[in-house]
Design a protein around this ligand. Structure first.
Ligand code: RB5
Length: 149
């Protein structure tokens, strides 16, 4: 398991809390910023994480912005990325089990660090269930190909 994280300025503090958790748990990760609270554009950071996950350089991506919405919209533009915006552990488990989500999006203005840490742990601990869900995920891949024609 190899994780890449990023945020924008509105997700900076929550991202730092998640980095602390990953360190505590001994996970391999790369934090690609930003390092200051200066205003930045979330699509730039979504792009970095989405491209790295899509290329197979990382197994899981984590993106934090104010709501998590902009990050999830932007990340899902990249082929092979299945980004899930979650605000509960249940959603994080389902996103992995049913959707094989490979990027977790969180909103710092929506949830606190305790809830977010639980969500990230659930996301990392849950495996894709496969079976009928694999067929459906393949349908999403087919839709990606179709939309590029
Ligand atoms: C930044 O103000 C905010 O728009 C951004 O963090 C995010 O919530 C966008 O979806």
């Amino acid at each position: 398991m190899k994780i890449i994280l990023a945020s924008d300025h509105a997700g900076l503090e929550l991202r730092k809390a998640l980095v602390d958790l990953l360190q505590e748990k001994g996970h391999a990760f790369q934090d690609v910023g930003p390092t200051t609270s200066d205003s930045v554009d979330y699509p730039d950071f979504a792009r970095t994480v989405a491209r790295a996950v899509a290329a197979g350089e990382f197994t899981h991506g984590v993106l934090v912005c104010g709501t998590g919405i902009g990050m999830s919209i932007a990340a899902n533009k990249y082929r092979g990325v299945r980004a899930a915006l979650c605000s509960t552990e249940f959603e994080a488990r389902m996103a992995r089990e049913h959707n094989d989500a490979n990027v977790l999006c969180l909103g710092q203005r929506v949830i606190g660090p305790g809830v977010a840490k639980g969500i990230l742990e659930a996301f990392l601990a849950t495996a894709f269930a496969g079976g009928k869900h694999a067929r459906r995920v393949q349908m999403i891949r087919d839709a990606e190909s179709e939309s590029q024609r």
